[in-house]
Design a protein around this ligand. Sequence first.
Ligand SMILES: [Zn+2]
Length: 429
Amino acid sequence: MGEKPKSGADFLDRARETMAWDARREELSGRFLEIFRRAYRHSKTYRKRFQNLGIGLSDVQSLEDLEKLPLLTMADLVARQRETWPVGGFETLEPAEFRRIYINSGVIFQPGADWEREDTSWAEALCAAGFRRGDRILNTFSYHMWPFAFMLDESAKRIGATVIPSGVGNTMMQVRIMQMLEVNGFMGTPSFLMTLVQRAETMGVNLDRDLYLETALVSAEMLPESLRERLQKKLGMTIRQAYGTVLLGCIGYECREASGLHIPHNLLVEVVDPNTGKQVPHGTTGEIVATNFNPSFPMIRMATGDLSSVTVDPCPCGRTGPRLRKIIGRIDQATKVKGTFIHPWQADEVVSRYPEVYRYQVVVTREDHNDVMTFMVELKEELSRPERLAGRMERDIKDILTVKGLVRIVPRGTLPDHHQKIDDRRKWD
Ligand SMILES: [Zn+2]
């Protein structure tokens, strides 16, 4: 059991997805200028934001000028929505032209016009995951309030697949439907797929004989590799993930190779230093910022709060655009040490290699104007030569976190019971 290779095209638009990078950049540049000008002319909030910074319509002439524009944070968006009825003035249409108003979590409004039908980013993700015409896909994202299920629904339609709009809940019914309609595709969160599998097992369903699942696109949650492997093995299917937000669309998706997240060709993605808003070099971790080309509610340099880095190494699948490496976490949970983001997730990865460790905490201090990162480690049992373990761990820290760190073995009970994983003790006054 495991992944089943499926024949058929895995591109939505092969010519565009395999376009030479220069040509793609040229195209993105044109689309960026178009959306910038449209926002400037028709959105009162964008115009005001740009004018306040002294940016005139003619100051932006190509992609080279992108960094002149301010980052748009979720906090900005919410604040503007509370001031300017009904959706914050970012829209370029009259409210009467909205076809829907979606309500995202945090009561953030999002107008729907035709972008859900026109945006190709999720359809690109579906093709790359292995979906194709004629597939019967269970869409278990909620169709209430927010747009995500509609976006995937339209995208499945675009590739010629059939959607069963099942939404969340009703797990017993969903398992029955999967059997009766011979459902071979799944869209939803990885945890909901696991819930369905467990439900099927308690119902006495033989996963191999009675279910027909071949392909899943999971999103809206992190997908741990261990969960992917477990599900793929149990179901004999291929599971690919896509990352995105409802305001921006799909930002990255895995292809058959699962070698990072391909950036869809109709989205402009930057990785920036969140303090300066400037792009960081390829391979450096920073905040993901994206600009989409939604003509009615454009998102220009929207900061996602998620951390990743970009690689431009070629992917064996033939797609030529850049890829995001895995999403390593949220910016608000990360700490910067010697100019590099340290995330609790990375510290866990180091420590998970050492079964001897009982628990640990990373302490960041400042000595002689230098950051010092120390892993305080409690062991399950005393070791005769703990310095050997410390030495090996220090090498792994340098490897995984790319920053030098010290390891201090401390007696059991030294760390407080409910401690933060990273304790930043630096004082900046
Ligand atoms: Zn690929």
